[in-house]
Design a protein around this ligand. Sequence first.
Ligand SMILES: Nc1nc2c(ncn2[C@@H]2O[C@H](COP(=O)(O)OP(=O)(O)O)[C@@H](O)[C@H]2O)c(=O)[nH]1
Ligand SMILES: [Mg+2]
Length: 334
Amino acid sequence: MDRATETKKNNGMDLATELKKGNKRAAARLISMIENQDRKAEEILKDCWSHRTKSRIIGITGPPGSGKSTLVDQLAKHLLKEKKKIGIIAVDPTSPITGGAFLGDRVRMAELNGEPDIFIRSMGTRGALGGISKSVSGAVRVLEVLGMDDIFIETVGIGQSEVDVAGIADIVVLVTVPGMGDDIQTEKAGILEVADVIVVNKADHDGVRQAVQHLKALIVQNAEKMSVEAPIGIVSTVASSGFGIPELITAMEAHYLQKADSGAADQIRRDRIKQELLAQIQLRFWKEFEEYDRRNSAVDQRLGAIVSADANPYSEAVELLKEFMEWRRTENNY
Ligand SMILES: Nc1nc2c(ncn2[C@@H]2O[C@H](COP(=O)(O)OP(=O)(O)O)[C@@H](O)[C@H]2O)c(=O)[nH]1
Ligand SMILES: [Mg+2]
C-alpha cells in the first residue's frame, strides 16, 4: 500500500466513500469500529452525515423466545420482494459470549447476509454500560448511510433493557405469545403507551383468541392513555410459517403513514437527532473535565474536606465547575 492510500485508509476516506456507495463490508467494518469506540469512526460518520436516507426505524421487542428473530426474518423476506433494502440489528443481551448471536441466529444471519439487499448484524452487550445503546444508535446511522429503507432493531423488553427501542424507533412492534396475558397485565401501562402494533405470535398454539381478547380489553381499559388517531393494531402470526406477515406489514405501514401525516414521524426523527447531539455534548464536556482534573487533581484536592464533612459535595461541585470553566477559558483559549 502506498503512502497516499494508507493515509486515505487511516483517516477513513475509503470507508466513507464505500459506505455511501452501499458497500455492506464497509458498513460492517464501521459498526465494529463504533463498537470498539474507535475515534476514527466519528470522522467517517461526520463525513457521511448528509448522505443518510430517510430510513424507517422499526423496533421489534418482546420476551426471549417469543419469535422476534423469526418474525424479522419473515418481514425482511417479504419486504425484499417489494424491492426494499433492509437493515437488521439484533441486540441480544442474553448471550454475551457469542456477541449476542445464538447458533440458530448465526446460521440465519449467514443466510440473510447472502441477500444483496439485506444487512444483518448482531450486537452483544460487551463493553461499558450504556455502550450498547450508543453502539446501536451508531449502527442505525451507518445503515441510514448505507441506504436502507427499513431498519429493524430486535431487542428484549421495553423500558427495562439497556436499548429502549421506544426512544429510537418510528414504529414499535411488541411480540407476545398466547398465555402471556398476565405478564402483559403487569407491564401494561408502559407497553400500551409505546407499542404501535402488538403481535400475538405462535398462533398455532392454544389460547390465541383469548390472548387477542385480553389485549383488546386492556386497550379499552387504558383508552385514555393512547392515541385516538392510531389505535394499537393487534395481529396474530405464525412466524415460523409466514402466516399473518402481510397483515403485520399492513398494520406497520398504516401506523407509519399516520405518524408521517400527523408530523409525529418528523418529531421522532428530530428527537433522535437531538439525543445524539446532546450525547456528543455530554461526551465532549466530560472528556474536557477529565483532562482538567487529570492536570490539576482538582477533584482529589477537594475530596478530603468533603469526606471530613468540612465541605459538602453540592457546593464543591459548583466551585469545581467554576474553576473548570475558568481554566478552560484561560488555558485553552476557548
Ligand atoms: N410453533 C411456533 N414456533 C415458533 C413461531 N415463531 C417462532 N417459533 C420458534 O420459537 C423459537 C424462538 O424463536 P426466535 O425467533 O429465536 O425468538 P426470539 O428469541 O424472540 O428472537 C424458535 O425455535 C422458533 O422456530 C411460531 O409462530 N410458532
Ligand atoms: Mg432473537
